[in-house]
Design a protein around this ligand. Structure first.
Ligand code: HEM
Ligand code: ISQ
Length: 147
């Protein structure tokens, strides 16, 4: 099924909601990930050894990158029907950190919950599906680069 203009604009506008409170949303995003996968804390250089998720420019920067790449992926899907990784090193980074398939599910769930919180009453099934499709295509491209 083609990724539509409507789906792209839903992703774009909710990405702006995410950015509106980058600090709070980023902390929420990591908190959900660590609730679901506590061991993942040791994977992130900027979380390692800390008791709780601490807000920092680094933490926000990494979270912003992840959400930004999903947003780019939505635009690529709408324009070309596929996702090509702009950064060829993404596969190697994740292999080196020991990221495995189940982690991608955890990050996906955390991403969706974070967008849900960011958009409040604008949340809808269509909005959710748009993020899911864009994330799944990006995750598939990263996994392919990891293989
Ligand atoms: C590093 C994106 C999935 C763990 C990175 C980097 C990017 C990125 C852009 C480079 C560092 C940065 O600038 O932030 C993504 C995207 C994902 C994804 C778009 C899914 C579509 C995952 C998953 C995990 C993970 C599932 C496992 C929990 C890491 C770690 C690093 C990293 C540990 C290194 C961070 C550090 O510098 O300590 N990722 N990632 N990523 N990613 Fe991912
Ligand atoms: C995955 N890769 C890079 C950075 C991230 C930040 C938060 C959650 C997942 C991530």
């Amino acid at each position: 099924m083609a990724f539509t203009d409507k789906q792209e604009s839903l992703v774009n506008s909710s990405y702006e909601s995410f950015k509106q409170n980058l600090s709070g949303n980023s902390v929420f995003f990591y908190t959900i990930i660590l609730e679901k996968a506590p061991a993942a804390k040791e994977l992130f250089s900027f979380l390692k050894g800390s008791a709780a998720v601490q807000d920092s420019p680094k933490l926000q920067g990494h979270a912003e990158k992840v959400f930004g790449l999903v947003r780019d992926s939505a635009s690529q899907l709408r324009a070309t029907g596929t996702v090509v990784l702009g950064d060829a090193t993404l596969g190697a980074i994740h292999v080196q950190k020991g990221v495995a398939d189940p982690h991608f599910v955890v990050v996906k769930e955390a991403l969706l919950q974070t967008i849900k919180k960011a958009v409040g009453d604008k949340w809808s099934g269509e909005l959710s599906t748009s993020w899911e499709v864009a994330y799944d295509a990006l995750a598939a491209a990263i996994k392919k680069a990891m293989a």
